[in-house]
Structure formats: structure tokens, C-alpha cells
Ligand binder design. Structure first.
Ligand SMILES: Cc1cc2nc3c(=O)[nH]c(=O)nc-3n(C[C@H](O)[C@H](O)[C@H](O)COP(=O)(O)OP(=O)(O)OC[C@H]3O[C@@H](n4cnc5c(N)ncnc54)[C@H](O)[C@@H]3O)c2cc1C
Length: 133
């Protein structure tokens, strides 16, 4: 029987990332998922990785932000080794804003994002009357 160092159960983003990192470090890895890769939430439809909202910044949010920054190199590494596109892209997203209160909040988040996200991401909020199509 082939040598197995690590068995990962579940081929979602967490299981596959752990399996990938173990394999990268030289372990012989087996992944078991009766439903196949991406069968759970990781095959979901939204697919946006975003830094957490900047207000009430704390260590957990900082860690999430660092993870987001690391994602680019992580996914490019997977692509380089596999020759398969991961589909990862920094495309930004458009989010409708429900009304004046929500717009005020989004504008405040824009200021927080400028200060905390180190130019990596930003929040641009605008009333639709100020946008031309
Ligand atoms: C509709 C939707 C949209 C989302 N949008 C976003 C988003 O935009 N941004 C974001 O960051 N997060 C988003 N999330 C959350 C994100 O998808 C999850 O947090 C993440 O995918 C969880 O990954 P996971 O690997 O822990 O679990 P999963 O992807 O659910 O993987 C678990 C895997 O374990 C397998 N499994 C279960 N039991 C066993 C067993 N006994 N043995 C072996 N395998 C087993 C399942 O088949 C499955 O493949 C969204 C979730 C949903 C549902």
C-alpha cells in the first residue's frame, strides 16, 4: 500500500487548502470526500473574498485581511503547480446601497478602508444620481 502521511476528509476550500499545504511540505496526502471536490459550500455561487468591514478593527479582522492579501500568491502557486486555472481573480464587486443611511455608512467605510486596508482594497460609495452609465 502506498505511504499516506495525512488523510483529509472533506474536499472543500479548507480541506483542499490543508491538503495542498501538507503536500507542498512533502507529505503524502489523501483526500476523501464521497461527494467530490467543491460539493459543499465551497461550490457556492457568490465566490467573493472581501476584507471584513473596517469599523471596530481588531486582531481577527486583521488576520482576515492578511489572508486576503496572501490569497493571490496562494492561488497562483496552485495554478503554477497544477496547470489548471483556479478561477481566482481580483475583480471587485458592486453592491447596491439601499438608501441615504446605508450610503452614509458606506462612505464612512470608505474612509476606514483607506486607513486600514493599505491601498489593497477600497470602498467607493456614490449615490446613483452621481453615476453615469
Ligand atoms: C451560497 C453561499 C455563498 C457563499 N459566499 C461566500 C463568499 O462570497 N465569500 C466567502 O468568503 N464565503 C462565502 N460562503 C461561505 C464559504 O463558502 C464557506 O465558509 C466555505 O466554503 C466553507 O468551506 P469548507 O471547506 O469548510 O466546507 P465545504 O465547502 O462545505 O466542504 C465540506 C466538504 O466536506 C464533505 N464532507 C462532509 N462530510 C464528510 C465526511 N464524513 N467525510 C468526507 N467528506 C465529507 C462535503 O461533501 C464537502 O465537500 C458562501 C457560502 C454559501 C453556501
Amino acid at each position: 500500500m502506498a505511504r499516506i502521511d495525512v488523510t483529509v476528509r472533506g474536499a472543500g476550500i479548507f480541506g483542499l487548502s490543508i491538503a495542498w499545504e501538507c503536500a507542498r511540505r512533502g507529505a503524502a496526502v489523501r483526500v476523501i470526500d464521497p461527494n467530490g471536490p467543491g460539493a459543499g459550500s465551497s461550490g457556492g455561487i457568490v465566490g467573493a473574498l472581501a476584507p471584513h468591514v473596517p469599523e471596530q478593527w481588531n486582531g481577527k479582522k486583521a488576520f482576515q485581511f492578511e489572508s486576503l492579501v496572501a490569497a493571490e500568491a496562494f492561488f497562483r502557486g496552485v495554478e503554477a503547480a497544477s496547470g489548471v486555472s483556479t478561477g481566482y481573480g481580483r475583480t471587485g464587486r458592486v453592491q447596491p446601497i439601499a438608501g441615504p443611511e446605508a450610503l452614509k455608512l458606506a462612505e464612512a467605510r470608505g474612509e476606514g478602508a483607506k486607513a486600514l486596508w493599505q491601498g489593497y482594497s477600497c470602498v467607493l460609495a456614490a449615490d446613483r444620481s452621481r453615476i453615469s452609465y
